[in-house]
Design a protein around this ligand. Structure first.
Ligand SMILES: C[S@@+](CC[C@H](N)C(=O)[O-])C[C@H]1O[C@@H](n2cnc3c(N)ncnc32)[C@H](O)[C@@H]1O
Length: 217
């Protein structure tokens, strides 16, 4: 192929391809602008879902009910760890309470929350700071993948973080029910978890205590 043929190909991009390309560049520009804002320390109103990181955000309502339930369950001055649940963490940040908070997350956009952010990769379950050992009254967790490997490793982190009498809330697909029960002694709740974009697989809330008594459906 000579240079002219190649130029011709560029010129003959279909309108459809051209529009997809323009859309891609526009989205990229928006992402870069958002990252710039984050780097400058401005907390954005929303963080777009990144499906490559298995991000499926809760609805505002679900995040609110979970966050309120977390505060009631942890008690005043309680400590709450949001493990792979940044939406609940962000809701807790907007609410009035005296609980201390940490968000353990793989997505570094949440590093904007400075010392409240702990980088966390479920593949390295004990790769979190040692001083977090047995520090939390309540842990709310939503593992990124519906697999035995992911849940088993996530459970190791949860057990590392929890005080001996800690309360645990696990939001995950119902296919994980048996393993959630076995690893974390958490049982199905009535509370309904809803997502901003509907998921194809049934999704549930589990807890090692009666979470339904602490939240409204
Ligand atoms: C299924 S989503 C749960 C989010 C929750 N529904 C919310 O609205 O806050 C899974 C979460 O795990 C995080 N995640 C992705 N990869 C991860 C990894 N390797 N280790 C730990 N967390 C990860 C995602 O960034 C996302 O926040």
């Amino acid at each position: 192929m000579n240079a002219n043929e190649s130029d011709d190909e560029t010129l003959h991009l279909s309108a459809e391809t051209m529009s997809a390309l323009m859309e891609f560049y526009q989205e990229q520009e928006e992402r870069e602008q958002k990252m710039k804002e984050i780097e400058e320390g401005n907390i954005p109103n929303n963080f777009e879902e990144n499906w490559n990181m298995s991000q499926f955000w809760y609805t505002e309502e679900t995040a609110k009910r979970l966050a309120e339930g977390c505060v009631k369950s942890a008690g005043s001055n309680g400590s709450i760890a949001c493990v792979s649940t940044p939406t609940v963490f962000r809701m807790l940040k907007k609410m009035e309470h005296n609980c201390t908070l940490k968000v353990l997350e793989y997505d570094k956009r949440f590093a904007i929350y400075k010392e409240e952010f702990i980088f966390y990769d479920f593949k390295n379950p004990l790769g979190v700071p040692r001083d977090l050992c047995e520090q939390f009254d309540l842990i709310v967790v939503d593992p990124p993948y519906l697999s035995e490997d992911c849940l088993t490793k996530t459970a190791i982190t949860v057990k590392f973080l929890m005080k001996p009498s800690a309360k645990i809330i696990v939001c995950t697909g119902s296919v994980m029910e048996e393993l959630v029960g076995r690893l974390l002694k958490a049982n199905k709740c009535e509370f309904e978890v809803k997502h901003a974009k509907s998921l194809s697989n049934p999704f549930m809330c589990y807890a090692n205590y009666n979470f339904d008594d602490y939240c409204q459906n």
